[in-house]
Design a protein around this ligand. Structure first.
Ligand code: ADP
Ligand code: ZN
Length: 626
C-alpha cells in the first residue's frame, strides 16, 4: 500500500529513521520533505552539503511500495552508497558501467522481482532502452535526481544526459520525483525546474549555514610551516583536504607533508587515471589521510568525516570557497576550514583576470567575484555572517569563526595608507615610472638599498616616513589596499604599483580606512589547547570541536573504537564510515554504554548495526580501562 494519511506517514517515517538509520530525530526540513514525497508529491530540495539530502528520498522510497530509483552522476561512489545502505539492512543495488553483464542481469532480475527498495543508476544507463523497459515492468516508488544542478549548462558540472531526464515525467507521470542539489543560486534553480519539468514541485530551501564548520583565514607568512602547525597540531591523525592552485604545488606539498610525518597523497588532473582513483580510494577507505589536491578533486567527495579543508591558495570566488570548504564535516561533527592568504594571492588573482583572453563581461563578473572573496578574507567581522550574506541569508555573529573567537584588532590605517600612497606617487614622479612592492616598502622604511640609492629614492620626502612599521606590517597594509583597489598592480610591467581613482580620495582626506591590524609574527597557536579560549561566547547549539571537552578517557576510548572500526571495515571490504561515522563513535565513547539498550540510544546506531556489532562493542567498552 502507498500511505496517504499524513499522520500515519509521519509516524512511519520517524519509525524508519529510528529503527533503520538509528537517528533520534529529523534534521531541519527533512521531516516535511519526507512527508511530502512519501505522500506522492514532487519536490525540489536545496540543502547544503552535509545537510542530509539522502534521507529525503531514502525514507520515502522505503515508505512507498516499489523501487526508488536514484539517478546520480557519481558512478565511483555508487558502490559505497549501496554498501552503506546494505549495512543498514536496506535492499539496495546499483546499475552502471562498472558492473559486468552477469552482475547487471542479476540486479535487473532482482528489480523485476520487486526485491530492491533503492536502485542507483547513472543517467546514461537509465536512458538506455533496456533500463527504461525494465522500469516499465517494475513498480516504482519514486525518482530521486541527485546533483540536479548537472542540468545547468552554465554550471561547471554540466552533464548533457541530465537534459533528457524530463522523460521521467512524460513516461511515468504518476511517479513522484525529487530533485536535490547543494547549488543554491536562483539561476540554477530556475534551470532545474524548467529542464526537468518540475513546475509543480514544492521547493524546500534550507539555510546554507554549516554551523559545525569553523572558518579561519590567516595571513600567509610561512605557509608550509603554518600548514604543518594546523595539520599536525589540532588535526593530527585526522582526514583532510589541502587545496593548492597548481599541480606542481600539489606534488611539492604532498611530498613535504609526507616528509614531515603526515600521511598525505597528491591528486590532480596531471596524474594518470589509475593513480588518481587509487588515491581517491585510499582517501575514502583509510582513516586520517590528507589529500593534497587541485580543485579537480571535487564533486562527490562524500566522505563524511573530512575534519578539515585547508587552502594554501585563495579560490577565485566565494562560491568556490564555500563549495570546497563544504567538503569538511558532512557528518555534522566539528570541522575546520582554514586558509592562508597573502599579498601574492591578491596580485596573482587580479593578474589572472586582467590577462585572461575572455571578454569584458567575463572580466567584470570575475573581478566582482574576486572582490567578494577578498572582502571575506579581509573582514574584521564574523566570517559566517559575510558568507551567508553572500548567499542572500542574514545571520548574527556565529561564535565559531576566527573573527568571533579572537576578534582582530581594528586599526585605523588611514595614516599609514596615505604614507604608502604618497610614497608610490613620489617614486613615480621622481623616476617617471613605477616600482614594485619590495622597493616601495624599502623606501618607506628608510632602507637605503643599492637599488634605492641608485634611483636616488633615498632623497625623497617619503624616504623613511614609515620606519615605525615592520616589513610584514607594510605588506599587510599594501595587500589590503590592493584588495580594496586603492592601489593597482601593473601586471604587464613587472608588477609595479600605481594609484587608482579611489586612492586619490584617500590621499585628499575624503575617506578613512579601517583595516585588520596585521600580526607581526606568524601566529603559532599551540594545537588544541588554545582553541576557543578567548573571544565571543559560543552559542549553546554550536558543536564543540573534537578536542575541546578534552577528556582523555573519552579520547582514548574513541581511538580504540576507531581501531576496531578499521579492522572491521577491512574485513568487510568497506570504507570505515560505512560501519559507523566518527560522530557515532564519539557518542559511544562519551556514553560508554554497558548494555545493548544503552548502545541503541546512541545516534547512528540502528537495528541492523546493533545486531551486527552490538555485542562486540559492549565487550570492547567493558574491557576499556577505568
Ligand atoms: P548531503 O547529501 O546533503 O551532503 P547526507 O545525506 O550525506 O548529506 O548526510 C550528511 C550526514 O548527515 C550523513 O552522515 C548522514 O548520516 C547524517 N544525517 C542526515 N540526517 C540526519 C539526521 N536526521 N540525524 C543525524 N544525522 C543525520
Ligand atoms: Zn563568526
Amino acid at each position: 500500500m502507498t500511505p496517504d494519511d499524513p499522520a500515519s506517514i509521519d509516524r512511519d517515517a520517524l519509525a524508519i529513521l529510528n529503527r533503520v538509520f538509528g537517528y533520534p530525530s529529523f534534521r531541519g526540513p527533512q521531516r516535511d520533505i519526507v512527508a511530502h514525497v512519501a505522500g506522492g508529491g514532487d519536490a525540489l530540495v536545496l540543502m547544503p552539503t552535509g545537510g542530509g539530502k539522502s534521507l529525503c528520498y531514502q525514507i520515502p522510497a522505503l515508505l512507498r511500495d516499489g523501487v526508488g530509483v536514484v539517478i546520480s552522476p557519481l558512478i565511483a561512489l555508487m558502490q559505497d552508497q549501496v554498501e552503506a545502505l546494505r549495512e543498514l539492512g536496506v535492499r539496495a543495488a546499483f546499475l552502471n558501467s562498472s558492473l559486468g553483464a552477469r552482475e547487471a542481469a542479476a540486479v535487473e532480475r532482482a528489480v523485476a522481482a520487486g526485491e530492491i527498495d533503492l536502485l542507483y543508476v547513472a543517467p546514461e544507463r537509465l536512458l538506455a532502452p533496456r533500463c527504461l523497459e525494465l522500469l516499465d515492468h517494475a513498480k516504482l516508488a519514486l525518482f530521486a535526481i541527485d546533483e540536479a544542478h548537472c542540468v545547468s549548462q552554465w554550471g561547471h558540472d554540466f552533464r548533457p544526459e541530465y537534459l533528457q531526464l524530463a522523460v521521467l515525467h512524460e513516461r511515468w507521470p504518476r511517479v513522484p520525483r525529487v530533485a536535490l542539489t547543494a547549488t543554491a543560486d536562483a539561476l540554477t534553480r530556475r534551470e532545474i525546474v524548467t529542464k526537468l519539468a518540475l513546475q509543480s514541485a514544492r521547493e524546500f530551501v534550507s539555510s546554507f549555514d554549516r554551523p559545525n564548520i569553523r572558518y579561519r583565514i590567516v595571513e600567509k607568512i610561512d605557509p608550509k610551516r603554518q600548514l604543518l602547525d594546523f595539520v599536525a597540531g589540532a588535526h593530527a591523525g585526522e582526514a583532510g583536504i589541502v587545496y593548492c592552485a597548481s599541480r606542481k604545488k600539489v606534488d611539492e606539498i604532498a611530498q613535504w607533508l609526507t616528509a614531515q610525518g603526515v600521511a598525505a597523497l597528491p591528486y590532480h588532473a596531471g596524474l594518470d587515471n589509475a593513480t588518481r582513483s587509487a588515491h581517491q580510494a585510499r582517501f575514502l577507505r583509510e582513516d586520517g589521510l590528507v589529500m593534497v589536491a587541485t580543485i579537480a578533486f571535487g564533486m562527490g567527495i562524500d566522505k563524511p568525516d573530512v575534519r578539515f579543508v585547508a587552502h594554501l591558495d585563495m579560490p577565485k570566488s566565494v562560491e568556490g570557497y564555500y563549495q570546497e570548504t563544504g567538503r569538511a564535516g558532512r557528518d555534522g561533527a566539528p570541522a575546520e576550514a582554514w586558509m592562508a592568504y597573502g599579498l601574492a594571492d591578491v596580485v596573482q588573482q587580479r593578474r589572472l583576470i586582467e590577462q585572461s583572453e575572455a571578454d569584458d563581461t567575463y572580466k567584470r563578473v570575475s573581478s566582482a567575484k574576486l572582490d567578494a572573496m577578498l572582502g571575506l578574507a579581509e573582514t574584521i567581522d564574523c566570517r559566517r555572517v559575510r558568507l551567508l550574506a553572500y548567499f542572500g541569508e542574514s545571520s548574527r555573529p556565529c561564535g565559531n569563526c576566527d573573527n568571533c573567537l579572537e576578534p582582530p584588532e581594528p586599526w585605523d590605517a588611514t595614516e599609514p595608507a596615505r604614507k604608502l600612497l604618497s610614497c608610490i606617487y613620489r617614486i613615480r614622479q621622481a623616476s617617471g615610472f613605477g616600482f614594485g612592492a619590495q622597493h616601495v616598502i624599502a623606501v618607506l622604511r628608510g632602507h637605503a638599498s643599492d637599488r634605492v640609492r641608485q634611483h636616488g629614492h633615498d632623497a625623497l620626502s617619503t624616504f623613511g616616513i614609515g620606519a615605525d612599521l615592520s616589513e610584514t606590517e607594510w605588506r599587510a597594509v599594501l595587500r589590503q589596499l590592493i584588495a580594496q583597489q586603492l592601489v593597482a598592480v601593473d601586471h604587464a610591467r613587472h608588477q609595479v604599483l600605481a594609484l587608482t581613482d579611489s586612492s586619490r580620495e584617500l590621499l585628499r582626506g575624503e575617506r578613512t580606512l579601517r583595516l585588520r591590524r596585521p600580526k607581526a609574527e606568524p601566529s603559532r597557536r599551540p594545537g588544541r589547547t588554545a582553541r576557543r579560549t578567548r573571544g565571543a561566547p559560543v552559542p549553546a547549539d554550536a558543536p564543540t570541536a573534537a578536542g575541546d571537552a578534552a577528556d582523555p578517557a573519552v579520547d582514548a576510548l574513541f581511538e580504540r573504537l576507531r581501531q576496531w572500526r578499521r579492522v572491521t571495515a577491512t574485513t568487510r571490504g568497506v570504507p570505515p564510515y560505512v560501519i559507523f561515522h566518527d560522530a557515532t563513535l564519539r557518542g559511544i565513547a562519551q556514553r560508554r554504554p554497558v548494555s545493548l539498550e544503552e548502545l541503541a540510544a546512541v545516534s547512528g546506531v540502528g537495528e541492523k548495526k546493533l545486531d551486527a556489532y552490538g555485542a562486540e562493542l559492549i565487550d570492547l567498552i567493558g574491557s576499556d580501562g577505568p
